[in-house]
Design a protein around this ligand. Structure first.
Ligand SMILES: Nc1ncnc2c1ncn2[C@@H]1O[C@H](COP(=O)(O)OP(=O)(O)O)[C@@H](O)[C@H]1O
Ligand SMILES: [Mg+2]
Length: 319
Protein backbone atom coordinates (compact mmCIF):
# COMPACT_ATOMS: atom_id res chain seq x y z
CA UNK A 1 0.00 0.00 0.00
CA UNK A 2 1.20 3.48 -0.80
CA UNK A 3 1.87 5.69 2.17
CA UNK A 4 0.55 9.25 2.26
CA UNK A 5 3.94 10.46 3.48
CA UNK A 6 5.77 9.31 0.41
CA UNK A 7 6.12 11.51 -2.65
CA UNK A 8 7.05 8.50 -4.76
CA UNK A 9 6.15 4.89 -4.09
CA UNK A 10 7.24 2.37 -6.71
CA UNK A 11 6.33 -1.20 -5.93
CA UNK A 12 7.70 -4.24 -7.70
CA UNK A 13 7.80 -2.78 -11.19
CA UNK A 14 8.65 -5.06 -14.09
CA UNK A 15 9.31 -3.54 -17.50
CA UNK A 16 9.79 -5.79 -20.49
CA UNK A 17 10.75 -4.78 -24.00
CA UNK A 18 9.88 -7.90 -25.97
CA UNK A 19 11.88 -10.68 -24.32
CA UNK A 20 14.26 -8.26 -22.65
CA UNK A 21 13.56 -7.38 -19.02
CA UNK A 22 14.78 -3.83 -18.42
CA UNK A 23 13.31 -3.56 -14.90
CA UNK A 24 13.08 -6.73 -12.89
CA UNK A 25 10.86 -6.16 -9.85
CA UNK A 26 12.06 -2.73 -8.81
CA UNK A 27 10.80 -0.90 -5.73
CA UNK A 28 11.67 2.61 -4.60
CA UNK A 29 10.31 5.04 -2.04
CA UNK A 30 11.03 8.77 -1.85
CA UNK A 31 10.09 11.19 0.90
CA UNK A 32 8.75 14.71 0.39
CA UNK A 33 11.29 17.51 0.49
CA UNK A 34 14.26 15.22 -0.07
CA UNK A 35 16.60 14.40 -2.93
CA UNK A 36 16.47 10.72 -3.75
CA UNK A 37 19.17 9.42 -6.04
CA UNK A 38 19.03 6.57 -8.50
CA UNK A 39 22.60 5.62 -9.18
CA UNK A 40 23.73 3.13 -11.77
CA UNK A 41 25.92 2.56 -14.81
CA UNK A 42 24.84 3.01 -18.42
CA UNK A 43 22.04 0.63 -19.35
CA UNK A 44 21.10 -0.12 -15.73
CA UNK A 45 17.47 0.92 -16.23
CA UNK A 46 17.47 4.45 -14.80
CA UNK A 47 15.76 6.20 -17.72
CA UNK A 48 13.29 3.36 -18.08
CA UNK A 49 12.27 3.73 -14.43
CA UNK A 50 12.02 7.53 -14.78
CA UNK A 51 9.76 7.02 -17.81
CA UNK A 52 7.57 4.62 -15.85
CA UNK A 53 7.31 7.06 -12.94
CA UNK A 54 6.45 9.98 -15.21
CA UNK A 55 3.72 8.18 -17.22
CA UNK A 56 5.78 7.87 -20.41
CA UNK A 57 5.96 4.08 -20.21
CA UNK A 58 3.42 1.57 -18.92
CA UNK A 59 5.14 -1.17 -16.95
CA UNK A 60 4.37 -4.80 -17.57
CA UNK A 61 3.70 -5.23 -13.84
CA UNK A 62 3.77 -3.29 -10.58
CA UNK A 63 2.41 -0.16 -8.93
CA UNK A 64 3.54 3.46 -9.11
CA UNK A 65 2.18 6.24 -6.90
CA UNK A 66 3.50 9.80 -7.23
CA UNK A 67 2.25 12.56 -4.95
CA UNK A 68 -0.63 10.37 -3.85
CA UNK A 69 -1.80 9.59 -7.37
CA UNK A 70 -1.79 6.17 -8.97
CA UNK A 71 0.22 7.03 -12.04
CA UNK A 72 -0.84 3.97 -14.00
CA UNK A 73 -4.55 4.66 -13.60
CA UNK A 74 -4.57 8.46 -13.68
CA UNK A 75 -1.73 9.51 -15.95
CA UNK A 76 -3.21 12.86 -16.99
CA UNK A 77 -3.78 13.90 -13.39
CA UNK A 78 -0.32 12.67 -12.39
CA UNK A 79 1.35 14.78 -15.07
CA UNK A 80 0.08 17.95 -13.36
CA UNK A 81 2.19 17.11 -10.30
CA UNK A 82 5.31 16.07 -12.13
CA UNK A 83 8.19 17.94 -13.71
CA UNK A 84 10.61 16.08 -15.94
CA UNK A 85 13.91 17.28 -17.32
CA UNK A 86 15.45 14.92 -19.83
CA UNK A 87 19.02 13.98 -20.43
CA UNK A 88 19.09 16.18 -23.52
CA UNK A 89 17.51 19.58 -23.82
CA UNK A 90 14.61 19.20 -26.20
CA UNK A 91 14.34 22.75 -27.43
CA UNK A 92 13.86 24.27 -30.87
CA UNK A 93 17.20 25.88 -31.44
CA UNK A 94 15.83 28.74 -33.53
CA UNK A 95 13.80 30.03 -30.59
CA UNK A 96 15.45 32.23 -27.98
CA UNK A 97 15.62 31.04 -24.39
CA UNK A 98 12.85 33.41 -23.43
CA UNK A 99 10.62 32.33 -26.33
CA UNK A 100 11.14 28.69 -25.38
CA UNK A 101 9.96 29.18 -21.82
CA UNK A 102 7.04 31.39 -22.85
CA UNK A 103 6.00 28.72 -25.33
CA UNK A 104 6.10 26.00 -22.67
CA UNK A 105 4.11 28.19 -20.27
CA UNK A 106 1.52 28.85 -22.97
CA UNK A 107 1.28 25.11 -23.57
CA UNK A 108 0.40 24.78 -19.90
CA UNK A 109 -2.43 27.24 -20.54
CA UNK A 110 -0.98 30.34 -18.92
CA UNK A 111 -2.19 33.70 -20.22
CA UNK A 112 0.42 35.61 -22.26
CA UNK A 113 1.40 38.12 -19.58
CA UNK A 114 1.74 35.49 -16.87
CA UNK A 115 3.76 33.29 -19.23
CA UNK A 116 6.16 36.15 -19.89
CA UNK A 117 6.56 36.84 -16.19
CA UNK A 118 7.18 33.19 -15.47
CA UNK A 119 9.80 33.02 -18.22
CA UNK A 120 11.64 36.06 -16.83
CA UNK A 121 11.56 34.68 -13.31
CA UNK A 122 12.99 31.32 -14.41
CA UNK A 123 15.64 32.84 -16.69
CA UNK A 124 16.78 34.90 -13.73
CA UNK A 125 16.76 31.95 -11.34
CA UNK A 126 18.80 29.83 -13.75
CA UNK A 127 21.31 32.56 -14.52
CA UNK A 128 20.23 32.84 -18.16
CA UNK A 129 18.99 36.45 -18.17
CA UNK A 130 21.93 37.72 -20.21
CA UNK A 131 21.41 35.08 -22.88
CA UNK A 132 17.61 35.17 -22.74
CA UNK A 133 17.13 36.81 -26.12
CA UNK A 134 19.65 34.77 -28.07
CA UNK A 135 18.63 31.79 -30.18
CA UNK A 136 19.32 28.64 -28.20
CA UNK A 137 21.51 27.28 -31.00
CA UNK A 138 24.16 29.67 -29.64
CA UNK A 139 23.88 28.17 -26.14
CA UNK A 140 26.56 25.98 -24.57
CA UNK A 141 25.70 22.50 -23.29
CA UNK A 142 25.37 23.80 -19.76
CA UNK A 143 23.05 26.62 -20.81
CA UNK A 144 20.84 24.21 -22.73
CA UNK A 145 20.65 21.95 -19.72
CA UNK A 146 19.63 24.87 -17.53
CA UNK A 147 16.99 25.93 -20.03
CA UNK A 148 15.70 22.37 -20.13
CA UNK A 149 15.49 22.41 -16.34
CA UNK A 150 13.69 25.77 -16.58
CA UNK A 151 11.11 24.25 -18.92
CA UNK A 152 10.42 21.52 -16.36
CA UNK A 153 9.86 24.18 -13.67
CA UNK A 154 7.29 26.25 -15.56
CA UNK A 155 4.38 24.45 -13.97
CA UNK A 156 5.95 24.57 -10.45
CA UNK A 157 5.95 20.81 -9.96
CA UNK A 158 5.85 19.29 -6.50
CA UNK A 159 7.94 16.37 -7.66
CA UNK A 160 10.75 16.93 -10.13
CA UNK A 161 12.47 14.14 -12.05
CA UNK A 162 15.94 14.85 -13.36
CA UNK A 163 17.46 12.25 -15.64
CA UNK A 164 21.25 12.59 -15.52
CA UNK A 165 21.05 16.38 -15.22
CA UNK A 166 24.83 16.84 -15.28
CA UNK A 167 26.12 14.09 -17.58
CA UNK A 168 28.70 15.50 -19.95
CA UNK A 169 28.88 18.91 -18.29
CA UNK A 170 32.18 20.50 -17.33
CA UNK A 171 32.90 20.53 -13.57
CA UNK A 172 32.08 24.21 -13.06
CA UNK A 173 28.70 23.99 -14.80
CA UNK A 174 27.98 20.82 -12.84
CA UNK A 175 28.51 22.69 -9.58
CA UNK A 176 26.19 25.47 -10.78
CA UNK A 177 23.50 22.92 -11.48
CA UNK A 178 23.98 21.38 -8.04
CA UNK A 179 23.37 24.84 -6.53
CA UNK A 180 20.19 25.24 -8.54
CA UNK A 181 19.00 21.81 -7.43
CA UNK A 182 19.73 22.63 -3.76
CA UNK A 183 17.81 25.88 -4.17
CA UNK A 184 14.79 24.02 -5.50
CA UNK A 185 14.90 21.68 -2.52
CA UNK A 186 14.96 24.66 -0.16
CA UNK A 187 11.83 25.89 -1.89
CA UNK A 188 10.14 22.59 -1.10
CA UNK A 189 10.47 20.71 -4.40
CA UNK A 190 10.93 16.96 -4.03
CA UNK A 191 13.58 15.64 -6.38
CA UNK A 192 14.39 12.28 -7.84
CA UNK A 193 17.55 12.33 -9.89
CA UNK A 194 19.50 9.72 -11.75
CA UNK A 195 23.24 9.88 -12.07
CA UNK A 196 26.26 7.85 -13.05
CA UNK A 197 28.45 9.95 -10.80
CA UNK A 198 29.09 8.78 -7.27
CA UNK A 199 30.27 12.15 -6.06
CA UNK A 200 27.05 13.67 -7.33
CA UNK A 201 24.96 11.19 -5.37
CA UNK A 202 27.22 11.78 -2.37
CA UNK A 203 26.89 15.55 -2.59
CA UNK A 204 23.19 15.91 -3.37
CA UNK A 205 21.19 12.89 -2.31
CA UNK A 206 19.61 12.29 1.08
CA UNK A 207 18.93 8.70 0.13
CA UNK A 208 20.45 6.58 -2.62
CA UNK A 209 19.29 3.56 -4.57
CA UNK A 210 21.84 1.68 -6.62
CA UNK A 211 20.44 -0.06 -9.68
CA UNK A 212 22.27 -2.47 -11.97
CA UNK A 213 20.92 -4.63 -14.80
CA UNK A 214 17.33 -3.76 -13.93
CA UNK A 215 17.57 -4.70 -10.26
CA UNK A 216 17.95 -2.61 -7.13
CA UNK A 217 21.04 -3.90 -5.45
CA UNK A 218 21.49 -1.69 -2.42
CA UNK A 219 19.91 1.39 -0.81
CA UNK A 220 20.56 3.78 2.04
CA UNK A 221 22.10 7.12 2.88
CA UNK A 222 25.57 7.67 1.54
CA UNK A 223 26.91 7.12 5.07
CA UNK A 224 24.88 3.91 5.50
CA UNK A 225 26.25 2.54 2.26
CA UNK A 226 29.83 3.31 3.17
CA UNK A 227 29.39 1.92 6.68
CA UNK A 228 27.89 -1.26 5.26
CA UNK A 229 31.36 -2.14 4.02
CA UNK A 230 32.73 -1.75 7.53
CA UNK A 231 36.44 -2.00 7.29
CA UNK A 232 38.97 0.42 5.90
CA UNK A 233 40.66 -0.34 2.63
CA UNK A 234 44.31 -0.52 1.66
CA UNK A 235 44.82 0.13 -2.00
CA UNK A 236 47.90 -0.29 -4.07
CA UNK A 237 48.73 0.66 -7.63
CA UNK A 238 51.71 -0.89 -9.42
CA UNK A 239 53.17 -1.05 -12.91
CA UNK A 240 51.63 -3.66 -15.24
CA UNK A 241 54.75 -5.82 -15.08
CA UNK A 242 54.48 -6.07 -11.29
CA UNK A 243 50.74 -6.62 -11.04
CA UNK A 244 50.85 -10.43 -10.73
CA UNK A 245 53.75 -10.39 -8.32
CA UNK A 246 52.09 -7.80 -6.09
CA UNK A 247 48.79 -9.66 -6.20
CA UNK A 248 50.45 -12.89 -5.05
CA UNK A 249 52.19 -11.04 -2.26
CA UNK A 250 48.93 -9.49 -1.00
CA UNK A 251 47.21 -12.86 -1.27
CA UNK A 252 49.72 -14.19 1.21
CA UNK A 253 48.68 -11.45 3.62
CA UNK A 254 44.94 -11.31 2.98
CA UNK A 255 43.95 -14.47 1.08
CA UNK A 256 41.03 -14.16 -1.32
CA UNK A 257 40.25 -10.71 0.00
CA UNK A 258 43.02 -9.37 -2.22
CA UNK A 259 41.12 -8.23 -5.29
CA UNK A 260 42.89 -7.03 -8.38
CA UNK A 261 41.47 -4.67 -10.99
CA UNK A 262 43.44 -5.18 -14.21
CA UNK A 263 42.06 -2.05 -15.82
CA UNK A 264 43.24 0.38 -13.18
CA UNK A 265 46.19 -1.80 -12.03
CA UNK A 266 44.95 -1.51 -8.46
CA UNK A 267 44.88 -4.18 -5.80
CA UNK A 268 42.92 -3.77 -2.60
CA UNK A 269 42.44 -5.50 0.70
CA UNK A 270 40.29 -4.72 3.74
CA UNK A 271 41.94 -4.02 7.04
CA UNK A 272 41.01 -4.02 10.72
CA UNK A 273 44.22 -2.57 12.03
CA UNK A 274 44.71 0.24 9.51
CA UNK A 275 48.19 1.68 9.68
CA UNK A 276 49.75 -1.52 11.05
CA UNK A 277 48.64 -3.46 7.98
CA UNK A 278 49.71 -0.58 5.77
CA UNK A 279 53.25 -0.86 7.17
CA UNK A 280 53.19 -4.61 6.65
CA UNK A 281 52.23 -4.13 3.00
CA UNK A 282 54.91 -1.49 2.53
CA UNK A 283 57.54 -3.82 4.02
CA UNK A 284 56.52 -6.74 1.86
CA UNK A 285 56.68 -4.52 -1.21
CA UNK A 286 60.19 -3.46 -0.29
CA UNK A 287 61.29 -7.06 0.27
CA UNK A 288 59.89 -8.09 -3.10
CA UNK A 289 61.48 -5.04 -4.71
CA UNK A 290 58.17 -3.79 -6.09
CA UNK A 291 57.73 -0.08 -6.43
CA UNK A 292 54.19 1.14 -5.75
CA UNK A 293 52.90 4.05 -7.80
CA UNK A 294 50.29 4.60 -5.11
CA UNK A 295 49.71 3.10 -1.70
CA UNK A 296 46.84 4.31 0.44
CA UNK A 297 44.65 3.59 3.43
CA UNK A 298 41.15 5.03 3.22
CA UNK A 299 37.60 4.83 4.54
CA UNK A 300 35.23 3.07 2.14
CA UNK A 301 33.89 5.44 -0.53
CA UNK A 302 30.70 5.07 -2.54
CA UNK A 303 32.87 3.70 -5.33
CA UNK A 304 34.04 0.93 -3.00
CA UNK A 305 30.40 0.16 -2.26
CA UNK A 306 29.68 0.03 -5.95
CA UNK A 307 32.65 -2.22 -6.58
CA UNK A 308 31.59 -4.54 -3.78
CA UNK A 309 28.00 -4.91 -4.99
CA UNK A 310 28.41 -4.88 -8.78
CA UNK A 311 32.00 -5.99 -9.29
CA UNK A 312 32.62 -2.82 -11.31
CA UNK A 313 33.82 0.68 -10.63
CA UNK A 314 30.79 2.89 -11.32
CA UNK A 315 32.53 5.16 -13.74
CA UNK A 316 34.48 2.47 -15.59
CA UNK A 317 31.25 0.99 -16.84
CA UNK A 318 30.59 3.80 -19.32
CA UNK A 319 30.04 2.34 -22.73
N1 LIG B 1 12.41 0.99 -26.01
C1 LIG B 1 13.30 0.04 -25.73
N2 LIG B 1 13.32 -1.14 -26.36
C2 LIG B 1 14.20 -2.12 -26.06
N3 LIG B 1 15.14 -2.00 -25.11
C3 LIG B 1 15.20 -0.86 -24.41
C4 LIG B 1 14.29 0.23 -24.68
N4 LIG B 1 14.58 1.23 -23.81
C5 LIG B 1 15.62 0.80 -23.08
N5 LIG B 1 15.99 -0.44 -23.42
C6 LIG B 1 17.06 -1.25 -22.80
O1 LIG B 1 16.82 -1.29 -21.41
C7 LIG B 1 18.04 -1.21 -20.69
C8 LIG B 1 17.98 -0.04 -19.73
O2 LIG B 1 18.01 1.16 -20.45
P1 LIG B 1 17.95 2.58 -19.77
O3 LIG B 1 16.80 2.62 -18.84
O4 LIG B 1 17.98 3.61 -20.85
O5 LIG B 1 19.31 2.60 -18.94
P2 LIG B 1 20.07 3.83 -18.24
O6 LIG B 1 19.17 5.02 -18.32
O7 LIG B 1 20.32 3.36 -16.83
O8 LIG B 1 21.33 4.01 -18.98
C9 LIG B 1 19.14 -1.09 -21.72
O9 LIG B 1 19.70 -2.38 -21.93
C10 LIG B 1 18.42 -0.58 -22.95
O10 LIG B 1 19.07 -1.02 -24.12
MG1 LIG C 1 19.52 6.96 -19.13
Amino acid sequence: MASKNLSIDVDNVVMKFGHFTALDGVSLKASYGKVTGLLGPNGAGKTTLIKVMTTLLKPSQGQVVVDGINVLLHDKEARKHIGLAGQFAAVDEFLTGRETLVMVARLYGMPKKQAEEKASELLDKLGLSDAADRQTKTYSGGMRRRLDLGASLVATPKVLFLDEPTTGLDPRTRLQLWDIIRDLVRQGVTILLTTQYLEEADALCDYIYVIDKGKMIIEGTSEDLKKSLGQDIIELKVADSNLDKAHKMLKKLAGDDAVVDDLTRRIRIHTESGSEDLLKVANELKKANIKAEELSLHRPTLDDVFLAVTGNHAEDTDK
